[in-house]
Design a protein around this ligand. Structure first.
Ligand SMILES: [Zn+2]
Length: 271
């Protein structure tokens, strides 16, 4: 019996160690933490696609989808400038089906689902009066969460802890599973606050992505400070899932300095 327990433990250790990996290459700022990944990437992506479709069709019904063509075009240009830079962190990412949509709603929020499905709400752009550098700062940060697959990591941690949601590979084939996966993608992308560690990683990768794409990395500091100011008088949706504090902003200032050279390089010859 003891031997059996020993073998079981050995197998379990081998299995769990096999789930440890890192989703991205470290980039200039050195994000290289090992991540525990048990939930299959295909499950997260399938769920995210379903959830994204639902968000868009709801917005369409409410007649709030992509009403401001000019701003939508700005968002698309910024996204298209950032996409090629994702190769620094993951070889496969430039070929993802990245997508951005603009929902006309007075919400101060933006997010990116697993697989690269982005939404910006008009509220965050209009009320914070965001310029392109600032939009790139937010978009880079959100894209970084997707590149690092933070949602899948959190779902994996919960699965390991045998918490609320049972996600297994078998589930994908079960009737109605697609909706369940969509709920999972929704929950881990924009219901649950990201941990401090995930926020720092998304800051580091995001600021480098924006700089390499030719956007001023100092804007990332400006944008979080702007949000901090407004949040004293009204709730900001984005801050509920992306908790921020002064020490994080200070670290971001240091990061911005380090990647400033990429910004300069990207703009060489443009002037
Ligand atoms: Zn975040």
């Amino acid at each position: 019996m003891r031997i059996y327990n020993y073998l079981l433990l050995t197998f379990l250790t081998i299995f769990l160690t096999g789930c440890l990996s890192t989703t991205t290459q470290s980039g200039a700022l050195g994000v290289n933490r090992s991540q525990f990944m048990m939930v299959p990437a295909s499950a997260m992506e399938e769920g995210a696609n379903e959830a994204y479709k639902k968000v868009l069709s709801d917005a369409k019904k409410e007649d709030t989808l992509n009403k401001d063509v000019k701003t939508l075009q700005r968002l698309k240009t910024i996204m298209n400038n950032i996409i090629p830079q994702t190769a620094v962190f993951r070889q496969d990412a430039p070929r993802w089906n990245w997508e951005v949509n603009l929902i006309n709603e007075d919400t101060l929020n933006a997010w990116c689902m697993p697989g690269g499905k982005i939404v910006f709400y008009s509220g965050i752009i209009d009320r914070l009066d965001l310029d392109d550098d600032e939009i790139a700062a937010i978009m880079g940060h959100e894209m970084a969460h997707a590149l690092r697959e933070h949602s899948r990591e959190r779902a994996s941690q919960d699965e390991l802890r045998n918490l609320t949601l049972a996600i297994t590979q078998e589930l994908i084939g079960a009737p109605g599973a697609v909706m369940q996966l969509a709920d999972i993608a929704t929950y881990y992308t924009f219901s649950l606050p990201y941990s401090r560690e995930h926020e720092r990683e998304a800051d580091r990768i995001g600021v480098e992505l924006a700089a390499r794409a030719g956007y001023n990395p100092n804007s990332s500091v400006k944008v979080w400070e702007k949000m901090g100011e407004i949040s004293t008088s009204e709730p900001i949706e984005l801050l509920s899932t992306h908790p921020s504090n002064q020490s994080r902003i200070n670290s971001l200032k240091e990061d911005a300095k380090k990647v400033y050279v990429f910004y300069e390089r990207a703009n060489e010859g443009k002037k």
